[in-house]
Write a protein that binds this ligand. Structure first.
Ligand code: NAD
Length: 439
């Protein structure tokens, strides 16, 4: 008797497709980019299939006692996209929107980023669905320690190394370091990067992502024959990456004319006073650390922020903010993607017909993971570098990668994004091909 599927059911198949992440638009975007790049570099189909799904994904339940005595359960994720090139590496995000698909997409982008930078890491990412703005410090500490305990079996300095991302910081890394060290019975600073300097953190790590963004912006402006002092900038996001980007742009004489965060946006066409804005957001009275209410600027809507005329637009907040709906309204010459995945493929298609010079995320924000690599190396060797050494080495690696991306883009008439992704995917694909398939 032959099997016949009931009407409406999936037909029986020997090789069911992987659907675990397909409910996530961010994952679908990362998968679509991989498919496009596979065509560009003529990727072996077997390797393309291996790279299209993360190596390992863990979903955990994190129960913690809240300050009011109630027990609340949070859901956490750790996804390791690739372990081919070495330990996997990637940030830990605390954000209410975090889900498995988003974390999987971010882990995939980390693999390509480590590949472009020639770092001995694969990509990973983690997240906990929570709002850090409403958690007390004690609640965040308990959440972080319990999360570390729950993912302990799949992390390790040679297996998977975390770092800060949206909603997490040096203090979060210190708690992970301490929890892991208590478990293994010795101090193990190389389990995380982006720690406080006093605990084996690398000088310049906190600033590294924003610094790397501005190294790339300078190189792009130079190619376009625009002096940094003649340029203006708009920055979305004023957390770690956005605020340091503003500071570094200010140092090279570029006027920051508008910034925004999750609470709103502000603009001053004559240029915002960046040092004063940094003091304003760091003030203890400014509980939300928001740019909103900064004197000497007008308030504008979030859509107006992205469409403000400027030389350099820097999305430094979250993914999928430049879409098919608003890409046509951008009025920038350079789009410097400090955030991960800020531009959707349909927005890319619209921007391709304009003269927008895109510095893709996998290159533009790679300064963070690069200095994380320096930190990991220093912790393993127990030999610390000076900040000058860190910054010089960062600039050297970033400019080398920038040059390789631009050369490939010109040689093969590719967009900067396709060139960057091609380099990243090719690096790990070559390693997989040479290592072969186990068993
Ligand atoms: P952060 O938590 O320090 O700051 C995030 C900022 O984005 C905050 O100012 C927040 O208010 C703002 N924001 C959140 N939602 C927003 C919204 N809907 N609209 C406008 N602004 C919003 O995070 P971060 O570490 O600066 O990370 C920002 C981006 O950079 C993320 O995409 C992250 O993955 C990426 N990134 C970070 C690093 C790093 O070293 N921290 C490295 C590489 C890439």
């Amino acid at each position: 008797m032959s099997f016949s599927a009931p009407a409406g059911a999936l037909s029986p198949t020997k090789h069911p497709p992987v659907t675990l992440f397909s409910g996530s638009p961010t994952y679908l975007m990362a998968a679509q980019q991989l498919r496009t790049v596979a065509g560009v570099i003529d990727l072996d189909p077997g390797i393309a299939e291996r790279l299209s799904v993360p190596k390992r994904s863990l979903v955990v339940n994190i129960p913690i006692r809240m300050d009011d005595g109630a027990v609340h359960t949070f859901i956490g994720y750790r996804v390791q996209h690739s372990l081919t090139s070495g330990a996997s590496k990637g940030g830990l995000r605390y954000d209410p929107q975090v889900d498995l698909g988003e974390v999987a997409a971010l882990s995939m982008w980390m693999t390509w980023k480590c590949g472009i930078m020639n770092l001995p890491f694969g990509g990973a990412k983690g997240g906990v669905a929570c709002d850090p703005a409403v958690l007390s410090s004690g609640e965040k500490e308990r959440l972080t320690r319990r999360f570390t305990e729950e993912v302990q079996s799949i992390i390790g300095p040679r297996v998977d190394v975390m770092a800060p991302d949206m909603g997490t910081d040096e203090q979060t890394m210190a708690w992970i370091y301490d929890t892991y060290s208590m478990k293994v019975g010795y101090a193990c600073p190389e389990i995380v990067t982006g720690k406080p300097v006093e605990l084996g953190g690398c000088v310049g790590r906190r600033e590294a992502t924003g610094r790397g963004v501005v190294y790339c912006v300078r190189a792009a402006l130079e190619e376009l024959n625009i002096a940094p002092e003649q340029a203006t900038a708009v920055v979305q996001g004023f957390g770690n990456v956005g605020s340091v980007t503003c500071e570094e742009l200010h140092k090279i004489g570029t006027k920051v004319v508008a910034v925004g965060d999750r609470y709103g946006a502000i603009r001053n066409p004559k240029g915002l006073d960046v040092p004063a804005l940094l003091r304003y957001t760091a003030d203890a009275k400014n509980k939300l650390k928001t740019v909103v209410g900064f004197p000497g600027a007008e308030e504008i809507g979030p859509d107006e922020l992205l469409s403000t005329r400027c030389t350099v637009l820097v999305p430094a907040a979250m993914e999928r903010v430049i879409t098919g709906a608003n890409a046509g309204k951008l009025r920038c010459r350079v789009l410097a993607e400090a955030a991960n995945g800020p531009t959707t493929p349909d927005a890319d298609a619209i921007l391709a017909s304009s003269d927008t010079y895109i510095i893709p995320d996998v290159l533009c924000n790679a300064g963070g993971v690069t200095v994380s690599y320096f930190e990991w190396v220093q912790d393993i060797q127990q030999f610390m570098w000076s900040e000058d050494d860190v910054n010089n080495e960062l600039r050297k690696l970033m400019m080398n990668a920038f040059g390789r991306v631009r050369k490939l883009a010109k040689d093969r008439n590719l967009s900067n994004r396709m060139a960057g992704l091609s380099l990243g995917v090719q690096k790990v694909a070559t390693e997989q091909a040479k290592r072969g398939l186990f068993p």
